[in-house]
Design a protein. Structure first.
Length: 190
C-alpha cells in the first residue's frame, strides 16, 4: 500500500445515519454546539472542548472527521496512530453528542471508518483504545465485535494529571468479514 494513501483522508464517507467529512474550519461552530454537553468530556483527554478543538485541528498526526447527521455536526472521530509501513491505524478521539447515543450514529461511523480502512486503505489491523474505566465504550467495542487485547497500565496522562489505564481492542483483516456482517445486521435494524 502506498504511504500517501494515509496522507489524504477520505473526502466524504456517507452512510444512511451519518456522513463523515474531514474536520475543518467550516465545522468549528457546529463542533462547539455539539460539544456543549459536559458528559461528552468525562473520558476524553481533556475536559475542555476548546483545548480538544485546538489539539485536533492543529494535529499533523491524525485525520479527524466531523460526524454529520442531517447536515448538523453531532460529533467527531479520527484516524490516528497512522502506521502505513505496518498497514495499521487507530480509530479514536471519538465523541458524540448525547442526543445521538443509542441511535446507531456511532455504530455507523465505526462501520464507515473500518470499511474504508480495510477495503480502501488495505489495512491489516485497526486498533482502538479507551480508558479502562469507560464501561460504555468498552461495551461498544466488544459489540463491534473488536478483540480485547489487554490493559496498558498508566498508559497516558489525561485531564490534567490523571493517570489512565487504557483498554486495547483491535479488528484485523481476518476478522473484518465477520465484523462487517455484524455491523451491517445491526445497521439494517435502525
Amino acid at each position: 500500500m502506498p504511504a500517501d494513501m494515509f496522507e489524504q483522508p477520505a473526502q466524504r464517507l456517507e452512510g444512511r445515519i451519518v456522513v463523515l467529512e474531514p474536520l475543518g474550519p467550516k465545522h468549528v461552530e457546529g463542533i462547539r454546539a455539539a460539544a456543549a454537553d459536559e458528559r461528552i468530556w468525562t473520558w476524553m483527554l481533556t475536559t475542555d472542548p476548546e483545548v480538544w478543538l485546538g489539539y485536533t485541528l492543529g494535529s499533523d498526526v491524525m485525520q479527524p472527521f466531523a460526524v454529520m447527521q442531517d447536515g448538523t455536526v453531532v460529533g467527531s472521530t479520527s484516524y490516528m496512530s497512522l502506521a502505513p509501513e505496518h498497514l495499521r491505524l487507530e480509530i479514536g478521539n471519538t465523541w458524540m453528542n448525547p442526543s445521538t447515543w443509542g441511535t446507531g450514529a456511532n455504530v455507523e461511523a465505526k462501520y464507515l471508518l473500518l470499511r474504508h480502512a480495510f477495503e480502501e486503505l488495505g489495512c491489516h489491523r485497526v486498533e482502538f483504545k479507551t480508558d479502562a474505566k469507560n464501561e460504555r465504550a468498552r461495551r461498544a467495542l466488544a459489540a463491534l465485535p473488536a478483540e480485547f487485547e489487554g490493559i496498558h497500565r498508566k498508559h497516558m496522562v489525561v485531564r490534567g494529571e490523571e493517570r489512565r489505564d487504557s483498554a486495547w481492542y483491535a479488528v484485523i483483516d481476518d476478522d473484518w468479514p465477520g465484523v462487517k456482517a455484524s455491523l451491517e445486521r445491526r445497521l439494517a435494524n435502525r
